[in-house]
Design a protein around this ligand. Structure first.
Ligand code: NAG
Ligand code: NAG
Ligand code: NAG
Ligand code: NAG
Ligand code: NAG
Length: 221
């Protein structure tokens, strides 16, 4: 009898501990964040809420079953490196092309964040890039060579040979297109290639870019 009581107490106690450990993390609503699908996890970075840049990093594992009506979504809060500037409107594409996403390098397990707007409408430096390593959970910085003009609302696709093609975007006026629509980052040498000047009439914001079979499809915008 005593054993049974102990067992029940133990179960209750361990449930309390489990409940404490599983305190749900409820992120604020936001716009202009990035969302990157890696395997079954969607990594969310930053965004904007009431005109204020948010500095958050978390993921949602969509392979786990959850009931949205009953429980909060099982978001997992990740450590954030204070040296990563607040981003919003950092627009890159992979799959899921509704919000803005960042580029995932599957061979190294890294998410590369390029450009976008920070606080006060200032554009984020394209010289030093913030890179999150999903394998060891650390933030790193890539110092690149020959960086292009800073930009916001561009797209990016990853080629089969690990180059990131950045297309379009607006300059610090936030309305006018960048001078150089087409720039490419080699993710091995960290060197930028700058395409020829303006591509007249090509979309520069609100478009999507999809890479398939050595072709990049620029749509709408
Ligand atoms: C956000 O900024 C815009 C333009 O400056 C302004 O029109 C809008 O009222 C602001 N919204 C909030 C929630 O502060
Ligand atoms: C989710 O939870 C609600 C409220 O408890 C319940 O009515 C609904 O049937 C559940 N849905 C599923 C798919 O389990
Ligand atoms: C999420 O993690 C960050 C960085 O580790 C921390 O500063 C923040 O307080 C956490 N937020 C919540 C709601 O736990
Ligand atoms: C994580 O891995 C990256 C790339 O291999 C490396 O540069 C970085 O130092 C590692 N960080 C930690 C904390 O292990
Ligand atoms: C933005 O680009 C436009 C043309 O593309 C140029 O006229 C303007 O001076 C640029 N603005 C800034 C702040 O660089």
């Amino acid at each position: 009898m005593k054993n049974l009581k102990n067992l029940i107490l133990y179960i209750i106690f361990s449930q309390i501990i489990v409940n404490i450990n599983c305190q749900p993390y409820i992120p604020k609503g936001r716009i202009y964040h990035t969302a990157t699908l890696v395997g079954t996890k969607i990594f969310f970075l930053d965004g904007q809420d009431n005109n204020e840049s948010l500095n958050y990093f978390f993921y949602l594992d969509v392979s786990k079953s959850f009931n949205k009506t009953k429980d909060s979504l099982p978001f997992v809060n990740l450590t954030f490196d204070d040296s990563v500037p607040k981003h919003h409107g950092a627009a890159t594409t992979i799959i899921k092309r509704e919000g803005h996403t960042a580029t995932f390098l599957s061979d190294t397990g890294e998410i590369v964040y390029i450009g976008g707007c920070g606080d006060n409408g200032l554009l984020i430096n394209m010289n030093i890039l913030d890179v999150y390593n999903i394998i060891n959970g650390s933030w790193n910085k890539w110092e690149t060579k020959n960086p292009p003009e800073q930009r916001c609302w561009h797209t990016a696709v990853l080629t089969n040979d690990n180059r990131i093609i950045v297309f379009g975007g607006v300059n610090s006026s936030l309305t006018m297109p960048v001078e150089n629509y087409y720039v490419v980052l080699n993710t091995k040498t960290l060197e930028w290639y700058h395409g020829n000047g303006n591509i007249i009439g090509a979309p520069y914001k609100g478009h999507t870019a999809t890479y398939h079979d050595d072709y990049m499809f620029i749509a709408f915008g």
